[in-house]
Design a binder for this molecule. Sequence first.
Ligand SMILES: C[S@@+](CC[C@H](N)C(=O)[O-])C[C@H]1O[C@@H](n2cnc3c(N)ncnc32)[C@H](O)[C@@H]1O
Length: 338
Amino acid sequence: MNEELGTVQAALGARARLLQWADGGLVVDLLRAASGAGWLDLLTTPTTVEALAEAGGVSAERARRVVEVFVAAGVVRDGEGPAYVLTEEFAALNGAPAGVRLDDAIDMVTAARDRVRSALSPDVRRTWEQDALVVARNWGMLPAAATRAIFSMAYDAVPAYRDRLAAGGPLLDIGSGIGGALLTTLTMFPELRAVGVERAEDVVKELRERAEAAGVTSRLEIRCADAQEIDDEAAYEVAYWAQAFFPDDARAVTLEAARRALVPGGLLLVQELTPPAQDAPEARLHSALDALVADSRGVPPVRTAEELAAELRDGGFEDVEVTTTPIGRLVLGRRALD
Ligand SMILES: C[S@@+](CC[C@H](N)C(=O)[O-])C[C@H]1O[C@@H](n2cnc3c(N)ncnc32)[C@H](O)[C@@H]1O
């Protein structure tokens, strides 16, 4: 009897944990619904439950329940009187500063869920490109003042690279995404000319639109191509490789193409994606899920700066150095002087 009681208690504990995991996902679903109903814009200023109910076409009772969830989740707080308002963080995210958008984050969650659902279904064929735009949007920021400030911190830590950007490059940007790095850098250095290489067609389309909006098209060539096929020779002073998004089987060929494309003495820059902290159990869970989703996209787990440095050396780069910057670690390598 005691043994059975123990088993039932263990099962109840596991069930409670399972329901607890689900809570975060439910809040994300509710946020999506609230965004669609126009609630988030309303909640940028103090708004009553009645006004929210009217906007959502639901009863005041239902609106109150939803608001209670958001208050508990830290999305919304009590405003003055009987009104509610977005917390500072969510007000910021709702304003999409420098292109950091709530909808993109929610799309990222949805794409990750789809990957996880089919993780044990070998027959489900999912291509990398399926998530390319979602990932690129979530990763790349708009070329705004805040983004330029962030990139300045990085470039100031690699002055030899920065000075060549300032002198006009040219820059080869490998795996451009929607142009977070590429367009920001072009708007920082008015003399700079660049070529961006991106494989996914829908991402390229959006990159072209964003380049137009940033006013840099006269200094930028965008190629829709696999980076492994770059056949320029000794054409660029500097290159940036978005290595974290390149699968194992494409890395050596891409690196070789980048080396050939640089002028002798030209510089290649890559960035280490900071591995998530592992100490807290939630961080371990997050990190393991991240690695699973990345694996299902064919992308390798996070490589440390030291591993990247070794990869660059193996690829024939010289004077490879790891530099710590306020935005993480960068690895810089040089094509040998012939
Ligand atoms: C997430 S984006 C990188 C972010 C971008 N550098 C920025 O700052 O916004 C990485 C891009 O690399 C592209 N990519 C991956 N493998 C590629 C390859 N072999 N050739 C060209 N592009 C590739 C992906 O399609 C993806 O859009």
